[in-house]
Design a protein around this ligand. Structure first.
Ligand SMILES: [Zn+2]
Length: 73
């Protein structure tokens, strides 16, 4: 298990991509701990985020920032 820091996506770069709201209940069954690229809060725990749908965006519950999985992770 590792840590993945997401990359902040500016509003004008969303380009109609699907946005998933995150919250305290975002706990997976094994994977990485995922952190907001804007405020650094842990927004998902044990999520297999690297194997999840590409191009999905994640909205941080704390700061409202939009994040994506970095391409090089
Ligand atoms: Zn945040």
């Amino acid at each position: 298990m590792g840590s993945v820091v997401l990359k902040n996506v500016p509003e004008d770069k969303i380009l109609g991509r699907e946005i998933m709201d995150t919250g305290v209940s975002m706990i997976g069954l094994g994977g990485d701990n995922v952190f907001c690229g804007t405020c650094g809060r842990e927004i998902m725990h044990d999520m297999p985020i690297k194997t999840m749908k590409v191009n999905l965006l994640y909205r941080c519950d704390a700061c409202g920032g939009i994040n994506e999985v970095p391409q090089d992770s």
